[in-house]
Design a protein around this ligand. Structure first.
Ligand code: SF4
Length: 282
């Protein structure tokens, strides 16, 4: 029986970013109507991590808005990771804190982080159309830093932001060149405040992307349908699992709501899938 890996996200510092990524409601430039706050209390994060574990999550991602790590953020994520590891068993802890150098990543690893998420977002060619405040090659370099310090790498992208079919193929190839242990595939969720107004992807194209990613990355890797799942696959989740996805995000996304975890577990059961209880895939 195929097992599905569940991952949950905690936005531990929200909506305070000065970068200009045109798909991101957390940029202060676009004044999207989202909740914005500085560092969450560590006790609260630990309690939310316990809840996610009780809901079946094996992956737990600590996300901070902003271009990348600085000393304060690195220290906060490290202390949070230590606190979670001390109280919650069986979670694979993922940090997602933007651009990072090797020293910062080593520090996070020493304090309990298992994996680092940094998405390439789109192809190198299309990237300047969606972000002008930093470069695609900086993103690629952070992913290489993750590999070189021995953290597991989680890297994927967002589809449906106006890119071409060639851009999609190029992004998947670039991701595969990094051999990530896990890859989140996000499908763009339009927001009226953002410069990218519409989503240029339909379910059949999304399925093609999942199939291609599955072939390129290998079936032993985690291939996760993340943001936008509810927009493209609501009541049609079987198709994405049959195309090769073996992981989903449960609970809420960074700034948008997801399904209730109970509903997702019922959906998996109804489709005949099991919730994975360890980090390997079948
Ligand atoms: S750097 Fe990250 S948080 Fe900031 S706007 Fe870009 S995607 Fe959003």
């Amino acid at each position: 029986m195929k097992q599905i890996f569940l991952c949950a996200i905690n936005n531990i510092l929200s909506g305070t970013c000065k970068e200009d990524c045109k798909f991101c409601t957390q940029s202060v430039r676009y004044h999207a109507d989202i909740e914005r706050y500085s560092y969450k209390a560590i006790d609260q994060i630990v309690s939310e991590a316990k809840e996610a574990r009780a809901n079946g999550a094996l992956g737990y991602c600590l996300v901070t808005a902003g271009k990348g790590l600085d000393d304060k953020k690195t220290d906060f994520v490290a202390r949070t990771a230590q606190a979670i590891k001390a109280e919650v068993e069986g979670l694979n802890l993922i940090a997602c804190n933007g651009t990072a150098n090797k020293e910062q990543l080593r520090y996070l690893k020493e304090h309990g982080i298992d994996s680092y998420n940094h998405n390439l977002e789109t192809s190198e060619r299309y990237y300047p159309q969606i972000c002008q405040t930093h470069r695609w090659d900086e993103r690629y370099e952070t992913c290489e830093n993750v590999r070189s310090v021995g953290l597991a790498l989680c890297s994927g992208g967002i589809f449906g932001m106006g890119e071409t079919a060639q851009d999609r193929d190029d992004l998947l190839k670039a991701i595969a060149s990094l051999s990530p242990e896990s890859t989140p595939l996000n499908f763009y969720h339009p927001n009226p405040a953002l410069p990218i107004k519409t989503r240029n992807i339909e379910q059949d194209e999304a399925l093609e992307i999942i199939q291609k990613a599955h072939r390129l990355l290998g079936k032993e890797r985690l291939l996760m349908v993340a943001g936008g799942r509810e927009l493209l696959f609501s009541s049609d989740e079987r198709k994405m699992f049959e195309a090769g996805a073996n992981a989903i995000v449960i609970g809420n996304y960074l700034t948008t709501s997801g399904e209730a975890p109970d509903k997702d577990r019922q959906m998996l059961e109804a489709l005949g899938y099991e919730v994975a209880v360890s980090c390997g895939t079948d």
